[in-house]
Write a protein that binds this ligand. Structure first.
Ligand code: GLU
Length: 589
């Protein structure tokens, strides 16, 4: 069914191919499609383009739905997905209110076939039986004559014979007969575009395996699903004239009208700071460079560094695969094997996919705000007189229009994203911070969550929130509490300065404080702080000379969250055990 009278005025769609996790650039495209639909009271549709059987997977489709749901880019039409919200409620995304059929292209083959048949009957498309050798020879000839190879139907093509072979069931690709006229279309961002017919081949619309190509399925579905605006990356710009040619040739079998030409907007490519395209390969590149730096040449070299730590996902690789990967820039390691490797060689893999950012502890709000600026800006000044950059999705919806979408590549600035994230974390209430952290930690830092527990972490939430660039930073900030009371190391410099100096003044302070801490009626942050304050005043030592010895005694170093919180999270027994151990160890040293 196409746009029924009840169809929304604007229908945008995001149409990922489920070949892996959602790339951050794909998320940016989805965000713009979503914002445009919201702004115009339209619908945002999600379609899974899984016609490439070899490269698509169900796990990847599911991952993409999860990534979009996590970001909060809610789709109105598309696969149904139940999102568990942080507050315990559930939101259902997707659905099929206009009955447009399945949102998975692999379920729609009958529909594509009927349109292919229609084109073939009219000789607007045709079966092609070229052998691989014949195709290679055509390519070689073009190369020799220094022209781009553009496939055209041979002058002596025998249509009747070809149709007979096709009808007898012989597998063959079907090609679209490209009209001999230039193709023009308007891009809302790039302006009017005309492509000469010399550059456009009779491209394949259905492969010999019976599956439609991307070009064909996308055109059929955008018509049947009523897409009014197609936004996608500029890497698809070369495909658009082919799609327009198909749209002009095809007739909607329900309405009997020629396909509509939707509005197009091609969005900037997202580049690294060095202008290279931001791609999943960057993760392999970072790991490969580190291996080179460490002179790692074989899988055994990696294992030797792992110090008997198990590396199940890395070990699943054959040594030969690893060595080939080391020597070949084009190769990529399986994601988890790469992560095992990265943990051994101590390299941080750059985040590329939405899921990488999620696992690294970014907040969706900060990611959305940052990616909205990749190829768009609101063109307004903030209260500080500088370009306005911090906003929420409500603001984006209110302002988003094509006239402020850029034409040239957008550079991904990690430092800026981190700054956005740090600020977003700092602005959360302590409670919200902990809720978000716990939701994240349930998947990505179970050890800290289980070892310390939410109740103990509540004691430090306010103290550490402002120091977290990402949720991942909670762990190093509380790691002092994650080791056994007799297992943390003392930093010799801090011991010297805060405990041994001045004839062991710090140690004397510890001896004086221990019984007071023991006798404290309630061992909570406020009571501990009050006790330490009183001790600092009563002894005339001042807070520094009280706090630092205690901090070194219980954490091993002179830096930790505020002291009341540090002691409270260790608990009375832990604190006293640590002070005793410090007095024993340091006195004897
Ligand atoms: N499946 C295509 C991709 O993932 C969609 C392109 C389009 O939006 O038309 O790149």
């Amino acid at each position: 069914m196409t746009s029924t009278p009840s169809a929304p005025p604007v229908i945008t769609r995001f149409a990922p191919s489920p070949t892996g996790h959602l790339h951050i650039g794909g998320a940016r495209t989805a965000l713009f499609c979503w914002a445009y639909a919201r702004r115009h009271n339209g619908a945002f549709l999600l379609r899974i383009e899984d016609t490439d059987q070899k490269r698509s997977s169900e796990a990847a489709s599911r991952g993409i739905l999860e990534d979009l749901a996590w970001l909060g880019i809610d789709w109105d039409e598309g696969p149904v997905f139940k999102r568990e919200n942080a507050d315990g409620t559930t939101t259902t995304l997707g659905g099929n209110p206009r009955s447009v059929g399945s949102f998975y292209q692999s379920d729609r083959r009958d529909i594509y076939d009927s349109y292919v048949d229609w084109l073939v009957e009219r000789d607007l498309a045709y079966p092609a039986f070229d052998t691989p050798e014949a195709l290679a020879a055509m390519r070689q000839l073009a190369e020799k004559e220094k022209r781009t190879f553009v496939y055209r139907r041979a002058a002596d093509y025998n249509r009747d014979a070809a149709l007979a072979r096709m009808r007898s069931g012989e597998p063959c690709p079907i090609r679209f007969k490209m009209p001999a006229t230039p193709i023009d279309f308007r891009d809302e961002v790039l302006g009017d575009i005309t492509v000469s017919n010399d550059e456009l081949d009779d491209f394949v619309i259905r492969k010999a395996d019976g599956f439609p190509t991307y070009h064909f399925a996308v055109v059929i579905d955008d018509e049947l699903m009523g897409t009014t605006h197609i936004m996608r990356g500029q890497e698809h710009l070369n495909n658009t004239p082919r799609h327009v040619a198909l749209m002009r040739a095809l007739v909607n079998q329900t309405t009997n009208r020629t396909f509509r030409i939707p509005k197009f907007a091609h969005l900037t490519v997202i580049a690294n700071q060095d202008n290279s395209k931001m791609s999943k390969r960057d993760r392999d590149k970072a790991a490969r460079a580190k291996c080179r730096e460490l002179n790692i040449k074989t899988a055994d070299d990696v294992r030797a560094r792992a110090n008997a730590r198990p590396l199940p996902r890395f070990d699943a690789l054959s040594p030969a695969d690893f060595e080939q990967w080391l020597g070949d820039k084009a190769r990529q390691l399986e994601t988890h094997a790469l992560e095992d490797l990265a943990s051994v060689i101590g390299v941080e893999l750059p985040e590329i996919a939405v899921d990488d950012f999620r696992r690294s502890g970014y907040l969706p709000d900060a990611v959305l705000n940052y990616i909205a600026l990749l190829g768009w800006n609101p063109g307004e000044k903030g209260p500080d007189g500088k370009d306005l950059e911090r906003f929420d999705t409500g603001y984006l919806v209110e302002k988003f229009a094509f006239d402020r979408v850029g034409k040239s590549a957008s550079k991904f600035d990690r430092a800026k994203l981190i700054a956005f994230n740090q600020d977003a974390i700092a602005q959360l209430s302590d409670e919200e911070f902990l809720t978000r952290w716990a939701a994240w930690a349930r998947r990505d830092d179970v050890e800290t969550l289980e070892r310390l527990g939410i109740e103990r972490l509540k004691l430090v939430a306010g103290a550490i929130k402002g120091r977290c660039r990402t949720l991942k930073d909670v762990r190093p900030l509380v790691s002092f509490a994650m080791v056994d009371d007799d297992a943390y190391a003392f930093n010799p410099k801090d011991v010297e300065k805060h405990l041994k100096a001045d004839d062991g003044a710090g140690l004397a302070t510890l001896r004086a404080l221990a019984p007071k801490l023991q006798a404290l009626p309630a061992f909570d942050v406020a009571s501990i702080d009050a006790l330490l304050d009183a001790h600092a005043t009563d002894t005339g030592l001042g807070m520094g000379k009280v706090a630092q010895p205690l901090r070194v005694a219980v954490t091993g170093a002179a830096v930790s969250p505020p002291l009341g919180a540090t002691l409270a999270i260790l608990g009375r027994d832990g604190t006293l055990a640590r002070i005793r151990r410090c007095l024993d160890t340091v006195t004897r040293a």
